[in-house]
Ligand binder design. Structure first.
Ligand code: SF4
Length: 340
């Protein structure tokens, strides 16, 4: 059994401080004609606020194109924020470079959507896993081999000797994703960002991989940000859920509260489409509103959901964006004028 790693994050949690603090985050991408004339921008992340505690799992849920993967990549420092602040362990992420950026990347594990694409096909597993250890200064072949074997065995690839000499194409999709999770754990991170970690896997192994993520998250007291389009996977695996729409968080709450008492019409629509038998929303009309997800280049004015919302209030919703923090309960935040 794995011994939980003592971490600075755990002591921060004891002081009630979040590992990750995101305020007013915007990530926009310029649209350029002929490669240089700016003709607009894609507002992929457009004013996002949340915190993530040590030992906490938070889901970001939303349909394709809502900006959730851009949010993940901004938090991984793969995109530069246009505005706003990200603090990790109390340190601002904006403007990190060189060794400070490298140290940050060593403390944040990344589990990608496509495990085969995430693993270089021309390298065996031993070499794939040795690379981050070498980059982050873990010296000695024996020490690296010990840590690689421990990581492989921790994710259920036992004995490690059966896996480390193989190439990615010799593993199943589920085994490849286990290797990706082992790589994310190798440097003993404080936080893991898992971007649709099971959406490309066979249905038969999805639960196993989600169970694995939950187990390692608990054993290492990790902060885990779980990005998904599938609300049905959050109930048993996360503490809190945030619903994203049009580049913004429209609702966030503890997961049981969100599923039982959704407050935003978009969250209700997602749950209705799911037909969740346990959700206390049976009195709601079970249909998904028509229309397309909003353009992130020219988003709708006011509330971005108003063109699809059957509760939209003329003269209000299409004019004024609702603030993100109407609170029916202290830990439940909703961006909707219905809760004013
Ligand atoms: Fe619907 Fe208005 Fe609420 Fe937006 S603010 S979700 S349009 S009721």
């Amino acid at each position: 059994m794995t011994t939980p790693q003592p971490s600075a994050s755990a002591s921060r949690a004891a002081r009630g401080e979040p590992v990750l603090c995101v305020e007013g985050l915007q990530t926009h991408f310029d649209l350029r004609q002929w490669g240089f004339v700016r003709v607009g921008s894609v507002r992929a992340v457009d004013g996002v606020d949340f915190t993530l505690d040590a030992g906490e799992t938070v889901a970001v849920v939303g349909e394709s194109g809502c900006g959730k993967s851009s949010l993940a990549r901004t938090l991984l420092a793969l995109h530069r924020p246009t505005d706003g602040a990200i603090r990790f362990d109390g340190t601002p992420l904006n403007g990190l470079s060189g060794s400070a950026l490298k140290a940050y990347r060593g403390r944040v594990g990344y589990v990608q959507q496509d495990p085969y694409g995430a693993l270089p096909p021309f390298m065996d597993i031993q070499r794939i896993l040795a690379e981050p250890l070498i980059i982050h200064g873990v010296r000695g072949r024996a020490e690296r081999a010990r840590r690689i074997d421990a990581a492989l065995e921790e994710v259920g690839l036992t004995p490690a000797a059966d896996t480390r000499g193989k190439f990615p194409h010799q593993l199943s999709g589920g085994q490849q994703q286990r290797v990706v999770i082992a790589r994310a754990l190798l440097l003993r991170p404080a936080m893991i960002i898992a971007d649709e970690p099971v959406s490309m896997l066979d249905a038969s192994v999805r639960v196993e991989i989600l169970e694995l993520l939950r187990r390692v998250q608990r054993e290492h007291h990790l902060a885990l940000l779980y990005i998904t389009h599938d609300l049905s996977t959050v109930r048993h695996y996360v503490d809190r859920a945030m619903v994203m729409y049009g580049g913004r968080i429209v609702e966030q709450a503890p997961v049981a509260e969100l599923l039982a008492r959704p407050g935003h019409p978009y969250t209700e629509a997602l749950l209705s489409a799911l037909g969740d038998p346990d959700a206390d929303n049976a009195h709601r009309q079970r249909e998904v509103p028509g229309g397309e997800p909003p353009s992130l280049i020219q988003p709708p004015s006011g509330c971005r959901f108003h063109p699809r919302c059957r509760h939209a209030m003329p003269g209000k919703c299409e004019l004024e964006p609702p603030p993100p923090d109407f609170r029916p309960r202290p830990d439940h935040r909703i961006a909707c004028w219905l809760h004013e």
